[in-house]
Design a protein around this ligand. Structure first.
Ligand code: AMP
Length: 197
């Protein structure tokens, strides 16, 4: 099963991806996590991405496409994977299609988590507070200023992907405003239909 989770920052993509990954026994591939690891390691990719990420902008397409191309070629992706935070632009989506085609593979489903803008800021604030309470380090981009930029990038660059995947017959939308367990239930229903079909 190869899935994409789409949605604005704070929609719950990471949370739901982890749950699906565990249930289906396939890896969650978060470009955000991979980039944060690269920043921490001080690798060339990390050096390129650090400032852009902290400000809430998008890392260049060729960088993230390169990361994903390598990652989906690893053995644990043979049975499928969940893309969390990729693709984020139309050129990334086109590159992913080409990548999969070159391996004679295809996407099974794209799940959009729909949420009201108004709650995103408070969700991000809660995430930052919970991270601090757990003794962790708050993400450099989990603040009001970077969130504004991330939301703008989402609406300008990423939101058009819903039209792209709708046109490809892959888009399913779930209500991301519901409690975590209910959202998981809606995703289960969608995946049940995809598997049956
Ligand atoms: P996330 O953890 O998905 O919220 O991603 C955190 C940050 O990493 C984003 O705000 C971007 O700066 C960068 N990033 C993650 N995935 C991508 C992507 N597919 N394209 C461009 N930038 C990305």
């Amino acid at each position: 099963m190869r899935l994409i989770l789409l949605g604005p920052p704070g929609a719950g993509k990471g949370t739901q991806s982890q749950i699906i990954a565990e249930k289906c026994g396939i890896p969650q591939l978060s470009t955000g996590d991979m980039l944060r690891a690269a920043v921490k390691a001080g690798s060339p990719v990390g050096l390129k991405a650090k400032e852009i990420m902290a400000a809430g902008g998008l890392v260049p397409d060729e960088v993230v496409v390169g990361i994903i191309a390598e990652r989906i070629s690893e053995p644990d992706c043979v049975r499928g994977f969940i893309l969390d935070g990729f693709p984020r632009t139309l050129p990334q989506a086109a590159a992913l299609d080409a990548l999969l085609k070159s391996k004679s593979l295809k996407m099974d489903c794209v799940i959009e988590l729909k949420v009201d803008d108004a709650i995103l800021a408070s969700r991000i604030e809660t995430r930052a507070r919970e991270t601090l309470a757990a003794g962790g380090t708050v993400r450099a981009d989990d603040n009001a200023e970077a969130l504004k930029t991330r939301l703008m990038a989402y609406y300008r660059e990423t939101a058009p992907l819903t039209g792209y995947y709708f046109a490809h017959g892959l888009l399913k939308t779930v209500d991301g405003m519901a409690p975590i367990g209910e959202v998981t239930g809606q995703i289960d229903d969608v995946l049940g239909l995809v598997q049956a079909g």
